[in-house]
Structure formats: structure tokens, C-alpha cells
Design a protein around this ligand. Structure first.
Ligand code: ATP
Length: 311
């Protein structure tokens, strides 16, 4: 029985003390070598992604007995498109990300990537197909180059340099006397939230996954940095399937489709314009956020406009 409890204790500890995002949780699990929750079935094949189409098919999930978090949830993310998930706090948004990354298997229903049930393929291959940009990336006490290549240890210098360029990190790196060899992290150079985010984006570019899971990817940033990062994220999203879990509605307005989750169920879905026309929960959230943003900072209220300069 103790064997059962220990991983759960560790899991609780990870949740309480780390809270840094999915990618770092994956790393924690690997470091602690704890097989938490999911196990591959014997002889499970690898996931093979030709068309990175994501399907949630009637998914019901609870962390603990008797408290259903997601109820009969079904949605599709067509290959190459972007879907944003919004909804009130506790609605189950992050849980969707954790299920897609296969930290847990649903009690009912299936999650498919390119037609393959992710519970029936090797979990490493599922995680290998998904790049995560978490809300607050933690850097390792190592060089910038190491941090960018992390997760793709066979990455060449050229790939690292190209990713750094695409993630708009070069102005920073050019300023540093040791460039890519600069040690960052707690015991090295401290990077700003925006710079850390760019390292996470560069890391994901090197990994080159067909599917992206953005977990509130810009929430820790001020409005101006957020806007700059959004441009870089757009580049990352090109040619990939993107599932974005978001709080700030301003960051999701141009998703191909927005899912509004409420109490673990799909309340509404559609494009930003379609949802505004429905005058439902999304419209309510939008109005509320615009009002809060006006209170915070009258200047930043323009960011709430659905008609950004790119549209
Ligand atoms: P927020 O916007 O506040 O981050 P969310 O929509 O992402 O919320 P989730 O994190 O998916 O919500 O959580 C949904 C529900 O599941 C919440 O009620 C939460 O308390 C519960 N929950 C989350 N993680 C666990 C866990 N490890 N064990 C038990 N319950 C959990």
C-alpha cells in the first residue's frame, strides 16, 4: 500500500511546490522516476502522427471518486488549426491539457491523435509529439544553448541558433559577453518573464512537435511584452495543431475556434465573432475582462479590441 501512496504524495508535492507548468512537471516525473497514474499497456505501439488531428471523444474524467471534472466532453482540433479553451476558474481547462499530455487517462471516452487512442500507444511517443509552452518556464542552471536544446539533445548548433532567432532571442544573446554559453537560471543570469518565455518558445521550435499545447502562455507578462511574444508564438503555431488554454481573452480572439468550458462541460463554441453574437457566457466574460482591464490601465484597454492590427 505504501507503494501506492508514495507517488501520490510526490504528486501532491509537485503540485504544491512547483506549479510551473506541464513541461517541468514532466521533467519532475522523469527525474523522480515515478510512474504516476498512467502505464503503457504491454506491447503498446508508438504514436505515429501524419495528420496531427486531435479528438476528444465523449471524455469523462475525475481526479478523485465522485467529483467529475470533465463531463462527456467532445471536440475536434483539425490538423493545422488552433483551438482556444476559455472558461471560468476551475472549469477544467488545464485538466484538458493534462489529459492530452497523458498525465492521466480518462475514465470514459477517448482522446485521439491522428485517429490513435493515446491511452493505447506509448506515452513517451505522445509526449514527444506535443510541445508545451507553459505559463512560467523554469530554466535549468546551465547555458542558454543547453536550455534551448533541452529535450532534443541531438540538436545541432545551427538548429539552436535558428530557433533562438525565430524566438527573437538574438538581441539578448548578442548583448551577452558569453552569448549562448552564458549560464542562466537561479545561479546564473536571471532572465525576465518575457525572455524565459522566448527560451521556452525556442526550445519548442527545436523540438519541432506537430502539436502545441499552450498553457496560458503569456499570462505572466505585461501587456507590451505579451503582444511581442504573441507575434513570436504565431510563428511557432505555423503548420502545427494548437490547443491553447487561456485566461486572457485578448490572446484567443484569433483562434480558429474557441471552446467555452463551464463546469467541465462545453457551454459554447465558435469563432470570436460567432461567440460574441450569441451573447452568452463568452460575451459576459469578454465584457467583464474589458471592464477589469479599464480599471487596471486605461491605456491597455485597446488590447481588448477584437480587431487587432493583424486582422
Ligand atoms: P483555472 O483557470 O483556475 O486554472 P481550470 O479551468 O484550468 O482553472 P483545472 O485546473 O482543470 O481548472 O481544475 C478543474 C477542477 O479540478 C478544479 O476544481 C480543481 O480543484 C480540480 N483539480 C485540479 N487538479 C486536481 C488534482 N490533482 N486532484 C484533484 N482535483 C484537482
Amino acid at each position: 500500500l505504501m507503494q501506492l501512496f508514495r507517488p501520490l504524495d510526490l504528486l501532491g508535492w509537485v503540485y504544491r511546490t512547483i506549479r510551473q507548468g506541464l513541461v517541468d512537471m514532466a521533467e519532475m516525473f522523469r527525474l523522480m522516476d515515478t510512474d504516476v497514474e498512467v502505464k503503457d499497456i504491454a506491447g503498446a505501439p508508438e504514436l505515429i502522427v501524419r495528420q496531427p488531428h486531435v479528438t476528444f471523444d465523449n471524455v469523462t474524467f475525475e481526479y478523485e471518486d465522485g467529483r467529475t471534472i470533465l463531463k462527456n466532453l467532445s471536440f475536434e482540433v483539425p490538423a493545422g488549426s488552433s483551438v482556444a479553451i476559455v472558461g471560468p476558474s476551475g472549469a477544467g481547462k488545464s485538466t484538458i491539457g493534462r489529459l492530452l499530455f497523458r498525465f492521466y487517462d480518462p475514465q470514459q471516452g477517448r482522446i485521439l491523435i491522428d485517429g490513435q487512442d493515446i491511452a493505447k500507444v506509448q506515452q513517451d511517443s505522445v509526449r514527444g509529439a506535443i510541445g508545451i509552452v507553459p505559463q512560467d518556464s523554469v530554466l535549468f542552471n546551465d547555458t542558454l544553448a543547453y536550455n534551448i536544446a533541452y529535450g532534443a539533445h541531438d540538436a545541432s548548433d545551427e538548429q539552436v541558433t535558428k530557433a533562438a532567432g525565430d524566438a527573437a532571442l538574438m538581441p539578448l544573446i548578442d548583448r551577452l559577453p558569453n552569448g549562448f554559453a552564458t549560464t542562466v537560471g537561479e545561479r546564473g543570469l536571471k532572465l525576465s518573464g518575457g525572455e524565459k518565455q522566448r527560451v521556452a518558445i525556442a526550445r519548442t521550435l527545436v523540438k519541432n512537435p506537430p502539436i502545441l499545447l499552450l498553457d496560458e502562455a503569456t499570462s505572466a507578462l505585461d501587456t507590451r511584452t505579451e503582444r511581442e511574444i504573441l507575434g513570436t508564438l504565431k510563428r511557432l503555431e505555423e503548420g502545427r495543431t494548437t490547443l491553447a488554454i487561456a485566461h486572457r481573452l485578448s490572446t484567443v480572439a484569433d483562434a480558429d475556434r474557441i471552446l467555452v468550458l463551464d463546469g467541465g462541460e462545453l457551454a459554447e463554441s465558435g469563432t470570436h465573432a460567432e461567440l460574441l453574437a450569441r451573447n452568452g457566457l463568452y460575451t459576459e466574460m469578454w465584457a467583464q475582462q474589458a471592464a477589469e482591464s479599464n480599471e487596471d490601465d486605461a491605456v491597455s484597454s485597446e488590447d481588448q479590441s477584437p480587431e487587432g492590427p493583424e486582422n
